[in-house]
Design a protein around this ligand. Structure first.
Ligand SMILES: Cc1cc2nc3c(=O)[nH]c(=O)nc-3n(C[C@H](O)[C@H](O)[C@H](O)COP(=O)(O)OP(=O)(O)OC[C@H]3O[C@@H](n4cnc5c(N)ncnc54)[C@H](O)[C@@H]3O)c2cc1C
Length: 440
């Protein structure tokens, strides 16, 4: 099935599943008949719950689901849909409160019916999950701590919501509907078990060993991994990434995403180029050969392999954003590619340019034009200065640019400016691919 059809099939399946709880509601019969606001409120509650349930599926890293869209797009969708879902559930509660306050009874959990308290707790827990994710940085929540909090709030909130629906029972008590409801819930929870138990368990059974740690300029270290006691990753497309766990168990939610820096032709050996920027990445240079690592991957759609029709490839990298591009260049060199290639490699200073020598070596094996751009170059520098701007790109690309496919990876201001420049220079939007080193 082509990519467009696969995307359409997933979207149709998604809507069918979101509607499934509403079907359960309708199968249970409307109650009390004729009360439009009541019925509307119930519809909203069930649709909100359907959306929340599918949030677990979206983040379960099912490769078949994420590959047609790109996992970053799926995560972005997850974030927007959470707002819609909490809006639906909050409106469900608000309508009941405004028009049917008696049905809600007292709010005090010591006196209230447990299933109604459970519904209110679900609203608070799921609301907290959405708010703490949206404003994580503003709330100064460290990423690792936020992940535990998010998993806890989302799982308990969803469980409370299901208990509320089953406890109230009005729409699920009819014969057959309880079974449908339990099956739906089980499939949603299955997604959690898949990503939090089955996947880590598989990783534990297929560990990797660090065989080398290479320090590079600009606070970057390249980790070289080899599978231990198993054949390793069978294939990946150059430019893809994997979740890496080091000095921890895959069950503990401590994995970090990193682009695979090496080409697939070097499998089963894999390299990851990691820049020391935070708590975890700052410890990578202290890793020693022999330590165990776990991988979950490959993921992502940022790859030349997804664009075989291109007349040439343009790569624009900022700093450590060069790692997926290196994988693509190395792979193209291994395959003896003859297409014209351009790499614009932006760095702050010459010492930050971690892969300069290697890239110049690749230029000798490929039809590759390398343009090093330094924001703060030494006086003797004869290359491009400043940032990767429209003028710099225009100076080095050929006049005919419609068939080129461009890959941008680096800080968001850089990729956005480069995207605008490329479109201005005649590259179609659909030929521009971006990898962001942060899931927004
Ligand atoms: C698809 C992708 C590919 C990447 N490839 C590379 C690469 O090749 N080389 C490289 O050096 N960096 C890469 N990164 C970035 C790298 O994952 C982060 O720098 C790293 O996770 C930061 O962790 P920290 O604890 O050192 O920093 P912190 O200071 O704790 O975090 C800095 C920021 O990184 C993000 N982050 C932190 N932990 C995680 C996590 N477990 N999962 C997801 N995001 C997290 C958060 O947005 C956080 O605000 C990539 C990121 C993504 C999404």
């Amino acid at each position: 099935m082509g990519g467009r059809w696969r995307r359409a099939a997933w979207i149709a399946g998604y809507f069918a599943l979101v509607c499934a709880p509403v079907v359960v509601l309708l199968a249970g019969g409307l109650h009390p008949p004729g009360e439009r606001a009541w019925e509307f409120s119930m519809g909203l509650g069930f649709a909100g719950l359907g959306l929340f349930g599918l949030q677990f599926v979206l983040t379960a890293r099912f490769r078949r689901l994420t590959s047609p869209f790109g996992i970053d797009v799926v995560y972005l969708l997850h974030r927007y849909l959470a707002w819609i879902a909490i809006g639906l559930v909050a409106t469900h509660f608000a309508i009941l409160w405004l028009f049917y306050e008696d049905a809600l009874g007292v709010l005090d959990p010591r006196e209230a019916r447990w299933e109604l308290t459970s519904g209110r707790a679900a609203l608070l827990l799921l609301g907290a999950a959405v708010v703490t994710s949206q404003w994580r940085k503003r709330l100064r929540l460290e990423y690792g701590a936020w992940r535990y909090l998010h998993a806890g709030l989302a799982t308990t909130g969803f469980a409370a919501a299901v208990a509320h629906v089953l406890g109230v029972g009005t729409y699920t008590a009819l014969s057959g509907t309880t079974a449908v409801w339990v099956a739906l819930t089980a499939s949603w929870l299955g997604a959690i078990l898949w990503v939090r138990l089955v996947k880590p368990w598989r990783q534990v059974g297929a560990p990797y060993r660090v065989v080398d740690v290479r320090a590079r300029p600009g606070d970057v270290a390249t980790l070289v991994l080899e599978p231990q006691g198993h054949p390793g990753m069978r294939r990946f497309a150059p430019g893809q990434f994997a979740w890496l766990t080091l000095r921890s168990s895959p069950f503990l939610l401590r994995e970090h995403p990193f682009s695979i820096e090496s080409p697939p032709e070097e499998l089963p050996r894999m390299h990851f180029g990691i820049k020391a920027l935070g708590d975890f990445t700052g410890t990578v240079r202290d890793i020693t050969p022999g330590e165990i690592a776990y991988l979950d991957g490959p993921y992502g759609v940022f790859s030349v392999d997804a664009h075989p029709e291109a007349t040439g490839y343009v790569f624009i990298a900022g700093g450590i954003g060069v790692t997926p591009i290196l994988s693509m260049l190395r792979s193209l060199a291994e395959r003896g590619a003859t297409r014209p290639l351009w790499l614009f490699y932006g760095n702050a200073t010459i010492s930050e340019s971690s892969y300069r020598a290697e890239i110049d070596g690749l230029a000798a094996r490929l039809r590759l034009t390398v343009v090093h751009v330094l924001a703060d170059p030494p006086e003797s520098w004869s290359g491009e200065r400043g940032y990767v701007t429209r003028d710099i790109i225009e100076r080095h690309l050929p006049c005919s640019r419609e068939g080129l496919v461009c890959f941008l990876c680096g800080p968001t201001p850089m990729t956005e400016a480069a995207r605008a420049a490329l479109v201005d220079l005649g590259v179609p939007q659909s030929h521009i691919r971006t990898e962001v080193f942060e899931f927004v």
